[in-house]
Ligand binder design. Sequence first.
Ligand SMILES: [Fe+2]
Length: 378
Amino acid sequence: MKTFSGAGSIKALARECDAAGGRNLLLVTDPGVVRAGIVERVRAMVGGHVAAVFDAVPQDSGLGVVAAAAAAGRSAGADAVLSVGGGSVIDTGKGVSLMLGLDLPATALPGINHLRGRPAFHAVVPTTAGTGSEATDVAVLRDERTTAKVFVVDRLVVPDVAVLDPEMTLSLPPALTASTAFDALAHAIEAFTSRLANPATDLHALEAIRLIAACLPRALADGGDRAAREGLLVAAHLAGHAIAGARVGLVHAMSHALTARYGTPHGSANAVLLPHVARWNGAVPATHARFARIAVALAPGGGAEPPAGIDAAAEVAERVAALLAATGQPTTLAGLGVPAGAPEECAAGALADVSLLTNPRRPDGPGDIEALYRVAWR
Ligand SMILES: [Fe+2]
């Protein structure tokens, strides 16, 4: 994949489309992005290439939406996809790119490494700085017939071009800026402590952590701070690269269960859970050196490693909790409207979640997870 970043980097889009053969683009987006005037600005850059616009992607997109968008693209003669939006839009665009290129029905997409062929050219302009989906090999969609989440995991899912232009995120409100940044922070911390972590994912993850700690307070203080907005976009993108290689962990397993049952926003749930899971994972001696490096990355201006003998995971937990508290966003699951019965109701779901496979510590059973939900609740 090719990445462009910086204010005005959106200009690279037309050039990249030309280089890809002067394609006819299906622009995939959602009504909020249209209302924010972003689609209009992107069209001004690639207008001649846009064959059709599909702007009906919902919050939690699904296979039926992918099929409808691909049909709109086909009837307009589109042979390439431009996704402009957040995670749901990007994951929809990934599905459309596969459907157009591989000539498959949407229902044939879910699975792991089973796709063959060449997907349609796919360029992505993220309008939130969180999921990093533009960098990953995964599309998470819903099967509307069963309401279950389905996953398309394949190297063919990775888009061709990502344009990280902070001009596209300037209008993000503070609450969304914070919750999406904490999703990216959870990606980076979980990738850095993952069982699959390697030197390449480590580089991406640590830089993402450093950028979020440095840029989130600035972007919240002044939403128009382009340098801070760019820092968050780049952080989310790097964290996306990190999880594409190292995957996530228990924070995501637990937040997936909360979102499935109560619709709790993903980034907000991750933000609340992160400090508690960090402390719990810190009981594994092999994580100590890793948490010490995360603590440095989280310190304003880079700081020193916690002195030997200090619990580095607890230090990370405190720094993450302080970062969250400073955003003014809820710091407990109760504050997010999660009911008191959640620990019992969600523990089994979290225990069965695939994200747990790469977590550095294995729970002994649902009781461990219940206990973690309980401390995060109040
Ligand atoms: Fe996430």
